[in-house]
Write a protein that binds this ligand. Structure first.
Ligand code: ZN
Length: 253
């Protein structure tokens, strides 16, 4: 059994065909999906979807891209959903200095607010981080002692080591299967399998053999296969180990 640890299945691009997507996932042995809600609409859909599909687990926060437009307006809704027990983690929050769609100070401010919320409610945090690891590690060291998952990790071997030193988990997406991702594949070899989860980030980032297609959780198996090859272990060992890590991280039964 596989678990997709990060997908946006209540996003407009996927929600219209969400039942088919969940069925496709099941046929590929992707039994559970962690759905990332990034605004009020995707959050409300996620909470409703979970009632029909108990193997969907919701996580929510405003992304670092959107904190300038939505951060203040949406924080209360994510806080309420978390307090009401609808969320298995807070996120994806974090820092993105590559696109910098929102200014850096505001990204940091909301990251700290979400760290504090997660701490208060004893929830783990899912982090989006691009070109901002120095600030992320500094803010985490100062403001957060709980469990943390770096989603769609594409950092260097040194950044992976600094994350592992802090006990963080790293999630690998279809990017690792792209032809050009040679360095990332070398980095993955240095990360213990027990610190890894696998994700699709659907509807984005379809893996190499599906490039150009809209990504869906069933495709996570291709990333698991790559990790099996890089680590010279069986696909079932990758499935078992990453599923156990994902369950423990998100308190999934
Ligand atoms: Zn995402």
């Amino acid at each position: 059994m596989f678990i997709d640890s990060h997908a946006h299945i209540t996003d407009d691009k996927l929600f219209g065909i969400v039942d088919a997507i969940i069925q496709n996932a099941r046929l590929a042995k992707v039994e559970k999906i962690v759905n990332i809600c990034t605004d009020i609409k995707t959050l409300e859909r996620g909470i409703e979807l979970q009632k029909r599909h108990p193997n969907i687990y919701n996580v929510g926060a405003t992304t670092p891209h959107d904190v300038e437009t939505d951060g203040a307006a949406h924080f209360d809704a994510f806080e309420k959903a978390a307090r009401d027990g609808h969320l298995n983690a807070i996120g994806e929050t974090g820092l993105d200095y590559f696109y910098e769609h929102s200014n850096r100070e505001l990204q940091q401010e909301f990251l700290i607010r979400y760290f504090n919320l997660a701490t208060e409610l004893n929830l783990p945090v899912v982090i989006h981080c691009r070109d901002a690891f120095d600030d992320l590690f500094a803010l985490a060291d100062q403001h957060y002692k709980g469990k943390l998952l770096l989603h769609c990790f594409t950092g260097t071997t040194d950044e992976a080591k600094r994350a592992l030193d802090r006990g963080f988990f790293l999630s690998i997406s279809g990017i690792a299967t792209f032809k050009r991702s040679t360095e990332l594949r070398e980095t993955i070899k240095t990360i213990p399998l027990t610190s890894l989860t696998i994700e699709t980030d659907s509807p984005y980032l379809a893996p190499q053999s599906k490039r150009g297609k809209m990504c869906e959780p069933a495709f996570v198996v291709e990333t698991a296969q790559l990790i099996a090859e890089l680590k010279n272990v069986s696909l079932s060992e990758v499935a078992e180990t990453t599923s156990a890590t994902t369950k423990a991280f998100f308190s999934i039964p």
